[in-house]
Design a protein around this ligand. Sequence first.
Ligand code: NDP
Length: 257
Amino acid sequence: MPGKADRAYHPRVDLLAGRVVLVTGAGDGIGRVAALAYAEHGAHVVLLGRTESKLEAVFDLIEANTETRPVVVPADLEHASEDAATALYHAIRREYGRLDGILHNAGLLGPRAPIAEYPVSDWLEVMHVNVNAAFIVTRALMPLLGESADASVVFTSSGVGRRGRAEWGAYAVSKFALEGLTEVLADETAGAGRIRINSLNPGATRTAMRAAAYPDEDPGTLPPPEDHMGLYLYLMGPDSKGVTGGRFDAASWAGPP
Ligand code: NDP
């Protein structure tokens, strides 16, 4: 059954034809489904994630069902560094010679605990994976994005990244930081008009992360990631050209203006 966004937006089948899109956390959950949707719409997808076997499974599905040319980049963003991001830049330039979009989707939930008891090591890990890695990767890839006539960067936010709630700790703070990164980068790139930067809150979605955050919830009551792909495709493709600095919510998105 199509979700609200899918009813509201009907992307062309070749929406992303020939484009190159990096998806982080592409092995599972929302990132996996977004990577498949991007490839189905013609994108060559750079599949980055920490579990190689999951990435390989996504790679195989894309190879079997599309004419696109994905690549697998096993990387644990807990160790994201300037050197690793520079290596990624060179690998993408060598493989494709271009980059037209990044979906920053990988995320760590971390412990649910009050700030006073939040373990410092978990805080640093969640902030590194969710925020620092997104900054480091984006910074390294900006030269490639700048060469695209029409590039899109999407940062994945959350409801608790727009309104803080007790015991969401570093996860919530990291999402606030991504909202800030979205605004700063959107302002910096607005003049040239070739790169758009937006944040996307998928909202409650049937994934492993949601199940970990709400163990008593019946996953069957939640929309699967597939229901949000209208918005994920809209923001990544040319139909959103000129849309920048926005905060999008998959649950309430009613389609393009
Ligand atoms: P999942 O936990 O299901 O998937 C997250 C993906 O990110 C996994 O493939 C995981 O890899 C990967 N990942 C996690 N840590 C790292 C790391 N250190 N290095 C590389 N990859 C990593 O999460 P969701 O699909 O639910 O979430 C996707 C995004 O959406 C996240 O940013 C999340 O915060 C956000 N979100 C989700 C909501 C929901 O209800 N599901 C609600 C609001 C926001 P592996 O498979 O190896 O674990």
